[in-house]
Design a protein. Structure first.
Length: 411
């Protein structure tokens, strides 16, 4: 059936709610209208010019009443023009869809997610993921990775440093450089925008920390940790006693610890050296561990009960507030949790522990050929070193008061 289709006609047909035979519009571009119960579909039917007599194809122009007749006819004229020009709109639509998909896959956010999955098994995977999400994806997530300029990377690093986070700026640059180089290696990018950039040139040389906690500061930190509830307080006490890295202790699992043997073995998957590390536990460390609650998860320290602690900044901030309270409202000089490790290592030297044993207590590898030929684990020596350090630390933070008894003179 052919008719001059109008809005009035379509509304009338649609109101009856019954399907009708298709209507061919007499008004160009001769749209075929198919009437359904809830909508009317307008389509262009024709052949692609130069296609050699192939079967006609049907191309959707629009649905009424979602679109009005004028809009549907306008789209129909565009489709008719494409057919007459030898263009198959379906192929063009497929090409556009492929291009759009490729463009999405080249967006920085999508590539960053692939990189995060690539690093899933790395020891520092969680820290890298958080930094990438917070600083990189938040800035460039929807941008094509090819459009990120070198100047933008440089400005980002400088901006983070100017916020007072120089080390965070350095780490962010390091992770960004790894990500972009990974993308180059996989053909997702021709050149990395981090090429020819250097963190030292952008924010200066890395400052070597030499902060050593005084005995008075150690007493304040220990007292504050004793007052701080689980998990923060016991965590800091063990950090001072054992000299481990903060994440090694923060992710400790009960399955790694044998309290009867006074031994904690950190698996290689969690160690910076990719080698397992045995930590002999002094008596006070065992006492602290035995007093800890056993949660449903295997983690020794957990704030939520299902994952290890990871907000070390919050732990440090809470501890600093307690230290200030104990110190008459005055904070101690700027320090970090890593200073506990430096204090531990310096203390071992002060107590006469052999340098190679002290380094092994920190899970540092032996230097040179000793790493290859000397496979002795020095377990007894390490246990002696940890016990000596624990006794020394406790003599500072929990000194035994002198007991002086006055005796009568014999007359």
């Amino acid at each position: 059936m052919k008719a001059a289709v109008t809005e009035k006609l379509l509304r009338s047909l649609l109101s009856k709610g019954e399907p009708y035979e298709p209507i061919w519009d007499q008004i160009p571009p001769e749209i075929e209208w198919r009437i359904g119960q809830r909508k009317i579909t307008g389509s262009i039917v024709g052949r692609v010019r130069g296609s050699g007599g192939r079967q006609p194809i049907r191309l959707l122009a629009g649905h009424y009443p979602t679109m009005d007749i004028a809009e549907i006819r306008q789209r129909g004229r565009k489709l008719r023009h494409d057919l007459d020009s030898g263009i198959d709109p379906r192929a063009a639509r497929r090409d556009w869809s492929r291009a759009e998909t490729a463009e999405r896959e080249r967006r920085f956010g999508a590539i960053a997610e692939q990189f995060i999955r690539h690093l899933a098994e790395a020891r520092t995977a969680r820290a890298i993921e958080l930094r990438i999400r917070r600083e990189l994806i938040a800035r460039w997530g929807d941008r094509p990775i090819t459009k990120i300029a070198r100047a933008e990377v440089a400005n980002m690093v400088v901006e983070i440093a100017e916020r007072g986070h120089r080390e965070a700026a350095r780490q962010t640059f390091t992770y960004a450089r790894r990500l972009f180089r990974w993308a180059v290696a996989r053909g997702l990018l021709e050149h990395a925008p981090t090429d020819y950039l250097n963190a030292k040139d952008l924010i200066g040389a890395k400052r070597v920390r030499q902060r050593l906690l005084t005995e008075r500061e150690l007493r304040l930190i220990w007292r504050a940790a004793v007052l701080d509830p689980y998990p923060s307080g016991p965590y800091v006490q063990l950090l001072l006693l054992l000299g481990t890295r903060r994440t090694e202790l923060g992710r400790a699992a009960w399955s790694e610890i044998d309290l009867d043997r006074a031994l904690w073995v950190i698996p290689s998957s969690r160690m910076k050296s990719n080698e397992s590390h045995a930590v002999p536990l002094p008596l006070r460390a065992i006492e602290i561990l035995r007093a800890l609650p056993r949660l449903a998860c295997d983690f020794v320290f957990s704030a939520r009960g299902n994952q290890p602690i990871n907000d070390y900044a919050a732990i440090k901030a809470r501890l600093d507030r307690r230290i200030a309270q104990l110190n008459g409202g005055q904070p101690i000089a700027t320090w970090t949790l890593h200073d506990c490790r430096r204090c531990f290592r310096t203390g071992l030297s002060t107590l006469g522990v052999a340098p190679h044993v002290a380094e092994l207590c920190l899970a540092h590898r032996q230097p040179g050929l000793a790493r290859i030929y000397d496979l002795h684990r020095f377990e007894a020596e390490k246990r002696h070193a940890l016990n000596v350090w624990a006794a020394h630390l406790l003599s500072i933070v929990e000194p035994v008061p002198d007991r002086v008894v006055q005796l009568r003179k014999k007359t």
